[in-house]
Design a protein around this ligand. Structure first.
Ligand code: URA
Length: 434
């Protein structure tokens, strides 16, 4: 078997066999296939797609490229959560401590930013000292001791996905159904939980731009889950505008801390309570979704969720004084207001444009070896349906380079659209695929 034939086959729109898919995944992981050959095959998959059988084989080959965790010693049902990626998406950071505070174990492996989307690992690493790469034994020990651990993808877990994921990011091949489904499900299967709740984002700021494709992706992942004996439920969330008010690593941690203290925007509250309610259900701790939502809000009110987050940060080496006093986080050098030049109701706030602005400011990566700047980003003051008068502050740009900051201001104007008519708030939850 050789990689040139496999590339040519997919280039010519033919179906790959299980053996060919396994050959590519194994040899690329070992370093026997070059990045440019892998890039060619990934691009061919991106353009020509894969059927369900190929996607399942790709998923299982990536799952088997490394170790598989056994979390059955933690609890009978361990639920994992994953997002297909979004802009300003700090749901995991808010939700996981809430779930742990309800006595449901959280063993969560998160990803880094990809394309224009942010990543939980990058966000957590903006807390001084927080270590996202602790050994697996410590990860499991932490879950047993305090009920929660949130780390990055380790080298041994679906290493093929780690390589392919980073490569896709640099060759504009992220928003592909088989590549996303296999990437997410390989990690989730290898990570050992037996129940999976997925946040499938949909809209301008997501990889799936419309609901139809988001449903297809959710169904594809549900089927992969079924074959791997993992019950999988997807919550479809609206990513036509960013979630919450902040985009950028430190800024999002500060917003997550505020949310855990009960100061949540409407969209964060709805998304967190809905996804959380399904996690509680799948864990076997309550079938009634509405009651589960109340349990979540109760643990925000009684501060159990916030205290669990402090415990998590401390356990992973983070300096909790930054959480207790978020003023301690270093701020970007330039905080530039974006002043409204038009009046009306905001009818659009393009999350994709906002995500790209954030990457250009340095909050995300252009190349896989780029380092990221935790301090930069955007704080939105006005979102869809808000009424704006000329002179109002639409947002603030946080930049460490004045020229980049000024460009970001101009770019942000292009993300907003206005209407003279009243606009209603977008639906934040677009559906559930069980
Ligand atoms: N999240 C992942 O883990 N993989 C993708 O491909 C996209 C989002």
């Amino acid at each position: 078997m050789n990689i040139l034939d496999i590339i040519a086959k997919k280039r010519d729109k033919k179906e790959l066999t299980k053996e060919e898919i396994e050959f590519f995944v194994n040899e690329y992981t070992k370093g026997n296939i070059t990045d440019y050959q892998a890039a060619a095959l990934i691009m061919a998959i991106y353009i020509n797609g894969m059927n369900s059988r190929e996607t399942l084989d790709l998923t299982m080959a990536m799952t088997n490229s490394g170790e598989r965790l056994d979390l059955s010693t933690i609890a009978e049902n361990v639920v994992d959560k994953h997002s297909t990626g979004g802009v300003g998406d700090k749901v995991t950071i808010v939700l996981m401590p809430i779930i742990a505070s309800l006595g449901i174990p959280v063993a969560k492996m998160s990803g880094r930013g990809l394309g224009f989307t942010g990543g939980t690992v990058d966000k957590l690493e903006s807390i001084p000292g927080y270590n996202t790469s602790i050994p697996i034994e410590e990860f499991i020990r932490n879950v047993k001791e305090i009920g929660i651990s949130v780390i990055g993808q380790t080298m041994n877990l679906a290493p093929a996905d780690k390589k392919i994921y980073a490569l896709r990011d640099t060759i504009s091949c992220v928003d592909s159904m088989p590549l996303i489904a296999s990437s997410i499900m390989s990690k989730k299967i290898a990570a050992g939980a037996n129940k999976i709740v997925l946040e499938v984002t949909c809209g301008d700021g997501a990889f799936m731009k419309n609901k139809e494709n988001a449903i297809k992706l959710a169904e594809e992942m549900r089927e992969i889950g079924k074959l791997a004996n993992k019950e999988t439920v997807s919550i479809l969330t609206n990513m036509s505008e960013p979630i919450g008010k902040t985009i950028g690593n430190t800024l999002e941690i500060i917003e997550a801390v505020e949310a855990l203290k009960g100061n949540m925007t409407e969209d964060i509250e709805l998304i967190v309570t809905t996804i959380g309610a399904y996690i509680i259900k799948l864990s076997g701790n309550g079938d009634n979704i509405e009651e589960n939502k109340l349990k979540i809000m109760e643990n925000i009110k009684n501060e159990k969720a916030y205290n669990k987050f402090l415990e998590l940060v401390e356990k992973q080496g983070g300096d909790i004084s930054f959480i207790e006093n978020t003023e301690k986080f270093k701020k970007a050098k330039y905080i530039i207001p974006v002043i409204a030049k038009k009046e009306g109701y905001i009818s659009k706030l393009n999350a994709l444009t906002v995500g790209k602005i954030s990457v250009n400011l340095g909050a995300g990566r252009m190349k896989k070896e780029d380092t990221i700047d935790n301090e930069v980003g955007i704080v939105l003051n006005k979102k869809i349906a808000d009424k704006v008068s000329v002179g109002d502050v639409l947002a603030h740009i946080y930049a460490n380079n004045e020229e980049k900051g000024n460009i970001a201001v101009e770019d942000l104007y292009s993300a907003y659209e206005f209407s003279n008519e009243k606009v209603s708030k977008p639906d934040h939850i677009l559906g559930i695929v069980e």
